[in-house]
Design a protein around this ligand. Structure first.
Ligand code: NDP
Length: 332
């Protein structure tokens, strides 16, 4: 794979200018370009510039409102709904998160339900932002069906990611963020683009047979849930929280209404925040540090989020796939 070095400021400028050109207003462009840049900064390559052609496609088709003005409404004292105004999810998150933080600090637990947005990003952005404010963060979202429930050969679930973040005293938060499929679809697409195999059993081909070929999985095949029926149940829970509870589209409904322009389908997101200070009491941080010490002392372990946070320390240019860069430059 040929790569081209690009500094983070240039990545941001490129994303911002392309998004603006295809209809994002300054606030919407800033929110999405920041998310894209943070993904490249942390090495979340499948959710950085790789997503720009999809973002542009859905601005061009007018599926997504690039001038969205999300609005917060309190459903109860500690449950807030963000009406996303059919914009990209990072915009609704930017509007909703400060209210969730304020509410959770008052009540100990807060819920943010995001409606009518288009999510194409990693979820650690939102959970980590909560943990940086000393709150526990949990977030999940559904997508169009590409994952077969355990035992099935046809898709019903999205790759349905879930992220959890825990704040730490003198360190970056512990954050996991994972698709509930064996692999995120973006990762399978990157493997297909770069000509790599994926682990055998990542998905099924169009005949319903297990395969290690990312092209066969992307074209007419399906992904499988991680951990068979166990991951399948977590994927189901995410459908119920992000669609059933939020009051937005289940994956199968999102597929029925999507125009398949290559950009993100419409859907909801469920975010929950918890204040350890209010729920566990003053000692919560020292107590959990003892647990992390035990975990980190075991040979072979690392904490989730550590890879990204190590990548973040690098102030140098990021290696961007040259073909992708060419495609994006043609959009400017
Ligand atoms: P990975 O399998 O790469 O990683 C999942 C998590 O496991 C990460 O938090 C990672 O931390 C952690 N991890 C990896 N290896 C280890 C290890 N050896 N020990 C401890 N922790 C480890 O992610 P996925 O491919 O499942 O998902 C990629 C992204 O795709 C996610 O950010 C997800 O939000 C996004 N996504 C978004 C969708 C959407 O609709 N918006 C749909 C599906 C996925 P670290 O980051 O530090 O490596």
């Amino acid at each position: 794979m040929n790569t081209t070095p690009l500094r983070l400021e240039k990545i941001y400028d490129l994303a911002y200018s392309v998004l603006s050109k295809y209809g994002c207003d300054p606030f919407n462009a800033e929110c999405v370009a920041t998310t894209v840049t943070h993904a490249e900064r942390d090495g979340s390559v499948s959710h950085g510039l790789f997503r720009i052609p999809g973002y542009v496609a859905s601005l061009k088709s007018k599926k997504v409102n690039g001038a969205s003005k999300p609005i917060n409404t309190h459903l109860t004292n500690n449950a807030i709904r963000v009406e996303g105004d059919y914009g990209f999810a990072p915009v609704a998150i930017k509007v909703g998160l400060p209210e969730l933080i304020k509410t959770t600090r008052n009540y100990g637990i807060g819920v943010l339900t995001i409606k009518n947005t288009h999510h194409f990003a990693a979820l650690w952005h939102e959970t980590e932002a909560l943990a940086e404010k000393n709150l526990i963060g949990l977030a999940c979202t559904a997508y169009k069906p590409v994952v077969a429930p355990a035992g099935a050969k046809k898709p019903l679930y999205g790759t349905n990611p879930i992220s959890f973040a825990w704040p730490r005293k003198n360190s970056t938060p512990v954050v996991f963020d994972m698709a509930t499929s064996t692999m995120a679809l973006g990762e399978v697409q990157v493997a297909a683009r770069d000509g790599h195999k994926v682990p055998f059993g990542t998905g099924l081909n169009s005949k319903g047979e297990k395969t290690d070929d990312p092209v066969a999985i992307s074209n007419g095949g399906v992904l499988l849930p991680f951990g068979d029926y166990k991951g399948s149940s977590i994927a189901m829970m995410i459908e119920l929280l992000a669609a059933g509870l939020v009051g937005d589209l289940f994956s199968f409904e999102a597929a029925n209404e999507d125009n398949n322009d290559g950009g993100p389908s419409r859907g909801g997101e469920f975010i929950m925040a918890i204040s350890p200070e209010l729920i566990a009491g003053k000692n919560w941080n020292d107590h959990s540090e003892k647990f992390f010490e035990q975990l980190s002392n075991l040979d072979g372990t690392r904490l989730p989020g550590q890879r990204r946070h190590n990548n973040r320390k690098d102030n140098g240019p990021r290696k961007i796939n040259s073909e992708l860069l060419k495609t994006i430059n043609q959009l400017t």
